[in-house]
Ligand binder design. Structure first.
Ligand SMILES: [Cu+2]
Length: 116
């Protein structure tokens, strides 16, 4: 009987640990805003393997949000939030470009994502 109690205790402990583990797996959400002619923040640093979701919004006109190695190419319509699960499996420094023409400073509209 005592053994059963000990087992039950372990089971509830294991369940608690599993629950808290799930909590730790919640992705870090990083907000990014786009406006003529910059992204804010200009640089994001994440740990390799870290679960991260970008929430990207345009504050003025439609911008692009493009990185071939990170595997996304989004059009950011103003007033809409785009959620992008970030691939953090490979270390590196990745440039994200606006690939939707948004005016004269468009060519310099970029940000960097560093996975380390
Ligand atoms: Cu642009």
């Amino acid at each position: 009987m005592k053994m059963l109690r000990v087992l039950a205790l372990f089971a509830s402990l294991a369940a608690t640990l599993a629950l808290s583990g799930e909590k730790d797996d919640q992705p870090r959400v990083i907000a990014v805003s786009a406006k003529r002619f910059e992204f804010e923040p200009k640089e994001i640093r994440v740990a390799r393997g870290e679960p991260v979701v970008l929430e990207v919004q345009s504050e003025d006109v439609t911008h692009g949000f493009f990185s071939r190695p990170l595997g996304f190419d989004e059009d950011l319509s103003p007033g809409k939030t785009t959620r992008i699960p970030l691939k953090t499996g490979t270390s590196g420094s990745y440039v994200v470009l606006c690939d939707h023409y948004c005016g004269s400073g468009h060519g310099n509209m970029k940000m960097t994502i560093v996975v380390q």
